[in-house]
Ligand binder design. Sequence first.
Ligand code: DLL
Length: 429
Amino acid sequence: MCTYKLSRSELVELQNKRLRWLVKYVFERSPFYRRRFIENGIDPESIRTKEDLRRMPFTTKADLRDNYPLGLVSSDLSQIVRFHASSGTTGNPTVVAYTKQDVESWAELNARCLEIAGVTPKDVVQVSYGYGLFTGGLGLHYGAERLGAKVIPASTGNTKRQLKLMKDLGTTVICCTPSYGLFLAESARDEGLDPKRDLKLRVGVFGAEPWSENTRRRLEEQFVESAHDIYGMSELNGPGVAMECVMKDGLHVWEDHYIVEIIDPNTGEVLEPGEKGEMAVTTIMKEGMPLLRYRTRDITILDDEPCECGLNHARIKRILGRTDDMLKIRGICVFPSQVEEILMKTEGVSPHYQLIVDREGVMDRLMVRVEVSEDFKTDRLTDLVNLQQKLEEELKDTLSIHAVVELVEPKKLPRSEGKAQRIIDMRKI
Ligand code: DLL
């Protein structure tokens, strides 16, 4: 059955049916979840709908770490055909296990993602996410192959070769982090190429890190015809949980595979569509390592209004931040995405920046280090001072704290081939 283009009511019915399957499955096969049901006095038979799911406790990253490496695997180990892992900045990484069926579904979801962004079997898809334990490369690779497109498994790195491949093989779709997309565009110009004229890039599939509408504008001006946001995380398979369609007004979550709840990160209470909160996800098709109410720590807003593209899968707004990359500076919550939004809409600065937080005595200080853009040509110091002051004022208006802006020369900040490292918090060092 094609469950991709169902009506809203068919989708909800299917979700409830798959949820009932999941609850029975994990109760019978996962010692971790079986204990959870028993300890909380929950009869698995009583979880019949999405609303009933609210009685279940959340699953957290700490549960995965505490049960490292395979304590949350539900299927028989003999059925596992693949492992991926996320790097884990502290302690153990998070290992994710896939059955053959999981790998199949994951490919199907990524194929759908590409399709709703306008990718067709005629396209040449260059996958410049990392291949390996990181899920980006293989996830999109399998998706593009499933769609029947031609895949270039470029992986990350060797930027010159990436550009040569694009030129020589006529790449029409690029999949990479948005920061690497900007770097590829910059490197192309350094080589004397005008990407919009000399390359054939129609669609960009950008994800794995936060980005903004202004970054989209730059990517579309400088690099690809149409830039689309793709969301995912290793615990939920990898890329392909949600994707922007051609309308580019939110990311469709594949609700026949995932139940999404938006919760208040402090109380755990489920919020209404339109309210901002942390996304908790239940995987209703995964066999290897299904998760119930997994707290992603990603902050977004659910939109269940119909989309003009005709799909009935609800949408999430682009990820607005993470509960754990939120910086607390002098008691005020600052999300790097707020800073990016301001920088990207300001003429004269480039998309390359860092946030540096340190402490002078007891006072936290925020410094925003950003490159002046190459086309900002001036010999006058006053122009630079004005730019710096303008940025400081805008940051103050939005963040409600003073941030020192340091303007640096073009190409002075480190570039990243994968996820950009934008935050240097010296208070933790
Ligand atoms: O980043 C999977 C992925 C690969 C997604 C390629 C998209 C494209 P992880 O390494 O486990 O998996 O990191 C997951 O990255 O919880 C978010 O905080 C962040 N993230 C992923 N996609 C987006 C996005 C992959 N489109 C974590 N916007 C997630 C903002 C994103 N943040």
